[in-house]
Design a binder for this molecule. Structure first.
Ligand SMILES: *Cc1c(COP(=O)(O)O)cnc(C)c1O
Ligand SMILES: [Zn+2]
Length: 423
């Protein structure tokens, strides 16, 4: 728990190291802990989360900021001079009106938040940028993570730009493109014979033994997780400072979904958007759907599973924030749904053919679940809906390489072309 700088955080931290953040607060018992490399409540072992004393923040101040996540720095646990430190500067990705997909699915108004255009082509650049800031302020010597793939890409790239040593751990059966996308940025890609949950356990062990390691999603997880709030801030700002009625979000650990909800609540409290109800839906692949199973079973108990799905970036069998996802989806009137691997592939092709967006298996899961939610009457097709695309299809080519390819292979002559009857 004290892998980074073992001394009391307050004595070594510079003023304003975490911006407007006040403390770390336990999600279970509300016990407060000082800001530092802590992630579990000393009273009840519940997860810690960043709490703030926000000043008045205006739309104009935010709009005057840079076109990346630091435009929201007043709402994040980062210092006011954050833009001075090399980072990958993710965010402010496009929010596309998806009329073709909407028509295909029978939805009135649909938007795609396309996070595949971040620096390393997934939403993970957002969380890693915040974790890097925390690692710097805590004077970490090593920037590390256990990863299902995209996180390793983002950590390795951000560490390279920041000039800090990186070590990234992945399951050894990970897609080849995701391995290369990490190894290109770091010499220390470690492939572990086991699934993500095994890799995560190993990371916790190393974090407990080694000094000066910042594991982005282990001992600096509270700071890392806050980065996902920027997805929600951007969606609201890009809609003209409005919340959508419904939003569909993929679920791995569940962190992203809970933080989008937190971001909407903060915008309401700060008076930056009008208060209104919204429904949050979670998306999983059936081969790793512990949260969806619990949702449908009407229980709070999430039974860990051994993942078996092509949606590897969502393959967390024991999701840390699963119970909070259940709570948010139930409270908001949403749902958690899951689809088969074949439906994941269908989702990838559907988004590509309707909107020209090539998503990875996680996005195929989200789009496929959106379709299923419509077909099963769980989603109101008359309400404004946003679906999040969290990653890029070039990283999971294998998933659809036997689905799409040349319509014909022909000789280079006009007669051969007409004979092939292509159009
Ligand atoms: C990590 C990841 C997610 C989900 O993240 P959680 O916050 O752990 O639920 C979704 N999509 C992609 C592409 C990811 O890499
Ligand atoms: Zn507690």
């Amino acid at each position: 728990m004290t892998a980074v700088a073992d001394t009391p955080a307050t004595s070594t931290l510079r003023d304003g190291a975490f911006g407007n953040a006040r403390s770390l607060v336990c999600r279970e018992c509300s016990h407060e802990v000082e800001l530092g490399p802590h992630y579990a409540c000393p009273e009840c072992f519940g997860p810690l989360e960043v709490a703030y004393d926000f000043p008045q923040v205006t739309r104009a101040e935010i709009e005057a900021g840079p076109r990346n996540i630091w435009r929201y720095k007043a709402l994040l646990p980062v210092p006011t001079d954050i833009e001075q430190s090399p980072n990958t500067e993710p965010g402010f990705t496009r929010l596309l009106r998806a009329d073709n997909l909407a028509r295909e699915l029978g939805i009135d108004t649909l938007w795609v938040k396309d996070d595949s255009t971040n620096p390393t082509n997934s939403f993970k650049d957002r969380v890693v940028a915040c974790a890097l800031s925390a690692a710097r302020e805590l004077d970490a010597k090593v920037f590390a993570c256990p990863s299902t793939g995209n996180l390793a890409n983002a950590v390795a790239a951000a560490g390279a730009r920041a000039g800090i040593r990186t070590v990234v751990f992945i399951p050894s059966n990970l897609e080849q493109p995701k391995q290369v996308n990490s190894a290109i940025f770091t010499e220390n890609l470690v492939a572990v014979n086991g699934n993500y949950d095994d890799v995560n356990k190993l990371a916790s062990e190393i974090a407990g033994e080694e000094d000066g390691w910042a594991f982005v999603n282990v001992n600096v997880r509270p700071f890392y997780a806050e980065g996902s709030k920027t997805l929600g801030y951007e969606i609201a700002e890009q809609l003209g400072w409005r919340l959508p009625d419904q939003i569909v979000i993929p679920v791995a650990s569940g962190s992203q979904l809970t933080k989008v909800d937190k971001s909407f609540q903060e915008l309401i409290k700060l008076g930056l958007v009008e208060d209104k109800p919204y429904k949050i839906f979670g998306a999983q692949a059936t081969g790793c759907s512990p949260v969806s199973v619990a949702f449908k079973g009407g229980t709070d108990a999430i039974r860990p599973v051994k993942p078996d799905t092509i949606a590897k970036s969502l393959a967390i069998g024991n999701p840390a924030d699963g119970i909070y996802v259940l709570d948010i989806c139930r409270r908001s009137g949403g749902a958690v749904e899951d689809i088969t691997d074949d439906e994941v592939r269908d989702g990838i092709v559907l988004l590509a053919r309707t909107e020209g967006i090539f998503t990875e298996t996680a996005g195929g899961t989200t789009v496929g679940v959106l379709k299923k939610l419509v077909e099963t009457g769980q989603l109101d097709t008359t309400l404004e809906t946003v679906v999040i695309n969290t990653g890029h299809g070039l990283k999971t080519l294998d998933a659809i390489s036997d689905r799409v390819g040349p319509a014909a292979t022909i000789e280079p002559s006009y007669s051969a072309f007409t004979a092939a009857n292509i159009v």
